[in-house]
Design a binder for this molecule. Structure first.
Ligand code: ADP
Length: 270
């Protein structure tokens, strides 16, 4: 279904006041377009692994007498299967973010605790690539929001920092209160991002270098989820990067002390 907003305005006509009702078609139209793009992208993203799965199944069938080949194909089959599972769960996360009133934004969330959980979730992957994740989380900051979504957002930034670092690299996670906002920064010394790509990395399904990014098994949805999550919480996310030197992604959220608890009629998609 599409969202249609009614604008109500009182206008003066001579000596009389009239009530004007106008349907905001532009907003409805924009949302329709966003949805159509999204569906087209998902279909495209799912087609490749699905095609691979059926090709591999066929190949396994034909290689039945050769255990080595069967093993190789089944290995690739399970890689494709986890890729499908990963994309599916990210798509679900993203649609949850785009659904109205899906967020429990009236709840107080401890930012240090969010960071600790997100770092924890990345421990195994970091260790497997001998990457040191150093987190300093003692801000005492609190924000209004959805704790599990915030963990997903910070998790995605840390996971990227690890994925796009060289083995043995260093990832730093810091948090500080700045005026009426809290800033969460994730810094890596990895491959960095070219200036042309910087603005686009938050787009759905955008990957800087398809071939290179595919090696990391990503879907191109991670940063889009980060962006939607922080915007949903009244914040923003920014990135600085130097190709070959590394990147810093920073999430800024309004502190609970100063923020008014958000209301349900904020548009999460806008
Ligand atoms: P993916 O699942 O491909 O990682 P994301 O939406 O998380 O998708 O990121 C989009 C693209 O931005 C990635 O494919 C990668 O090219 C680039 N990127 C994201 N984070 C970093 C980083 N820390 N360092 C370098 N490149 C990054």
């Amino acid at each position: 279904e599409s969202t249609v907003r009614l604008h109500v305005r009182v206008a003066r006509l001579g000596t009389r006041f009239v009530l004007l009702l106008a349907e905001d078609r532009t907003e409805a139209h924009r949302l329709d377009e966003v949805r159509r793009d999204f569906v087209a992208n998902i279909s495209h993203e799912l087609k490749t692994p699905i095609a691979s799965v059926s090709l591999l199944a066929e190949a396994i069938d034909q290689a039945a007498d050769e255990p080595d080949r069967v093993r190789r194909f089944t290995g690739r089959l399970s890689v494709e299967a986890s890729r499908l599972a990963h994309i599916t769960s990210e798509v679900i996360e993203l649609s949850r973010l785009q659904a109205r009133d899906a967020l429990r934004r009236d709840v107080l969330v401890d930012v240090d605790d969010v960071i600790a959980s997100a770092v924890d979730q990345n421990r195994v992957v970091a260790a497997s690539r001998r990457i040191d994740v150093a987190a300093r989380a003692s801000s005492g900051a609190q924000v209004y929001g959805d704790r599990s979504l915030m963990i997903v957002a910070v998790h995605n930034l840390i996971a990227n920092a690890i994925a796009y670092s060289n083995e043995g690299g260093r990832v730093g996670v810091g948090v500080k209160v700045e005026g009426d906002t809290v800033e969460i920064a994730v810094t890596d010394q990895g491959i960095g991002i070219e200036a042309d790509d910087l603005e686009r990395v938050f787009e759905r399904f955008y990957r800087v270098d398809q071939a290179r990014s595919r090696n990391t098994g990503g879907s191109g949805l991670g940063l889009s989820i980060v962006k939607h999550t922080v915007q949903n919480h009244g914040g923003d996310v920014r990135v600085w990067s130097q190709p070959g030197r590394g990147s810093t992604f920073m999430i800024r959220l309004p502190l609970a002390e100063t923020a008014t608890p958000p209301t349900d009629d904020d548009d999460p998609v806008a």
